[in-house]
Structures are given as structure tokens and as C-alpha cells.
Design a protein around this ligand. Structure first.
Ligand code: FE
Ligand code: FE
Ligand code: ZN
Length: 277
């Protein structure tokens, strides 16, 4: 069974997200740990988390994915911007210990002219300061479209970060279909080839989650504009090959398409259908 869900708003807390997921037929979901602009996180209540876990067991929901604010930049040039990313990630990871079986996804960052190599060094340095041996959460690097000076635009850059992380067994990768397509990986004409390359460069055992998005732009555009499933340049046939690919079987899929809840409900039903026949 395809474990698919979508990005949900965290504004009403954990239980509300689980209830919404159940309502729209989602078997998982993603949420921002705090306002995406990176403000203060509100208190996380144990009762609210327990109530969410109760809905998880009755509704078959699992593997929620926490997403760091996308404005964090762990490889910024400015010290303050970098420390803010470090402190926010450290705080998020401490809080996430309240949840069993959760993963934490973040955008590696933008090197802002320092060069990819320096960016990679700074990102790994941040990770080496926020990870600890006893933590339960797996931390995921998201593959990026290569907009501006984004780091993580190639599988090689992702691998280079992982190689520099001391507790690298705490780390995995989230592959965003819109981002890798925009970065120039042709998942429409050659999905097998792209996944084979991911395996050679990073290792498929590192792949822990998929962000399932269509793209408004052609491959190699480095734009990062998500489109509804089947309405963009990736298209429905390629989406079907992705959700049924044997190498991706069992992974959780998260939609980040431009939709309200009704749109997500339809996409989830469509993709479940495609994966079933
Ligand atoms: Fe993301
Ligand atoms: Fe994404
Ligand atoms: Zn994106």
C-alpha cells in the first residue's frame, strides 16, 4: 500500500493534523516545526501529541515528517544567520524527541557566493553540532533545484555533506521530484537511470522520503515552482512510474503541490488508485 500524504498546517496542533489527514485519506503528512519565516515555536503539549498518536493507530497513519523553516541557512556567509539556523535546528531536534518515529527534513542552504565546497563544509559543521548519538530522529537533507546558490543541487553535493557528518548514521535524504527534475535529472525519460545514479552516488539505503510534486518548468530550469500532480512538465505517466517503482516501495510520499485540502484529497485518491492497479 502506497503511504501517501501531504503538507498540512500545524496551526491547530498535532491532533488537528492527524484528524485532517484521516479526513482526506492520507496515511502520513508533513508539517513545519514553526512558522516558515523561522519565528518562535509554540509549546508542544504532551496531551496533544498523545491524542495524535491515538488517531495514528486507529487510522493507520505513520511517519510524520517535520520540515524545518525553509528560510534557515546553515551555510550563510553571515555569522548571525548561521547561528540562527543552528539554534533553530537544535531546538527543533530537542522537541522532536517527544515524538516516536518522526523524521526531520531541511534544505541544506545557499552558499551565497562562498562556493559549494565552503557551503558543504558549513552545513556539515552545523550538523556536527546539533546531532547527538542517543537521538531518535532521522535528519534528512532535501535534494534542491539549484535555484540561486542552493547547495544540494546534485547527488554529489548531497553525498559530500553526508561524508563530512560524524554521526552520519543519523542522516538520510528526502528526494523532491520537482527539485531533482528542475536540477536536470530526467525522471520522465529515464527514472531508472536517475535512481541508479542516486544509488551509485549516495546509496538508495539513504533515501527515506519522497516529496511528490509536479513542476511548472522544464528539466534543468533551476526554478523550483511546484505544480499540481499531472498538470506540469513531469506529468501523470511519470508520476505513476514513480509511485510504483520497486526501488521506492515502502517509502513515505508527501505532496507539496499548490492545493487546498480538497485538491490534496483528490491527488491522494488518484495516486493511491494508480499505485493499486
Ligand atoms: Fe522543502
Ligand atoms: Fe520539497
Ligand atoms: Zn520546492
Amino acid at each position: 500500500m502506497l503511504r501517501i500524504g501531504c503538507h498540512l498546517s500545524f496551526s491547530k496542533g498535532f491532533l488537528a493534523m492527524a484528524e485532517t489527514a484521516e479526513e482526506i485519506g492520507a496515511a502520513t503528512f508533513q508539517f513545519f516545526t514553526r512558522n516558515p519565516r523561522g519565528g518562535a515555536a509554540k509549546n508542544w503539549e504532551r496531551d496533544d501529541i498523545q491524542a495524535m498518536l491515538d488517531v495514528f493507530s486507529s487510522a493507520g497513519i505513520a511517519r510524520p515528517l517535520a520540515h524545518a523553516p525553509y528560510t534557515l541557512n546553515a551555510c550563510a556567509k553571515d555569522d548571525h544567520v548561521r547561528s540562527f539556523a543552528l539554534e533553530t535546528m537544535a531546538d527543533d531536534l530537542k522537541r522532536l524527541e517527544m515524538l516516536p518515529d518522526v523524521m526531520y527534513n531541511f534544505h541544506p542552504g545557499s552558499h551565497v557566493g562562498q562556493g559549494a565546497e565552503e557551503g558543504i563544509r558549513l552545513i556539515a559543521d552545523t550538523l556536527n553540532r546539533v546531532l547527538w548519538e542517543e537521538m531518535h530522529t532521522t535528519v534528512l537533507l532535501e535534494t534542491m533545484a539549484g535555484k540561486g546558490s542552493e547547495v544540494g543541487r546534485s547527488f554529489e553535493e548531497v553525498r559530500a555533506i553526508l561524508d563530512r557528518v560524524e554521526l552520519s548514521h543519523k542522516m538520510g535524504v528526502c528526494l523532491d521530484t520537482c527539485h531533482v527534475w528542475d536540477a536536470g535529472y530526467d525522471i520522465v525519460a529515464d527514472l531508472d537511470g536517475v535512481l541508479g545514479e542516486f544509488d551509485r552516488v549516495v546509496g538508495l539505503e539513504r533515501l527515506k522520503a519522497i516529496h511528490l510534486n509536479d513542476s511548472m518548468n522544464p528539466s534543468g530550469s533551476h526554478k523550483d515552482r511546484h505544480e499540481k500532480i499531472g498538470k506540469g512538465c513531469i506529468g501523470l505517466e511519470a508520476m505513476k512510474r514513480i509511485v510504483t517503482h520497486p526501488a521506492l516501495r515502502g517509502l513515505p510520499f508527501y505532496l507539496e503541490t499548490p492545493n487546498e485540502l480538497d485538491g490534496y484529497r483528490e491527488e491522494i485518491a488518484l495516486l493511491k488508485d494508480m499505485a493499486a492497479d
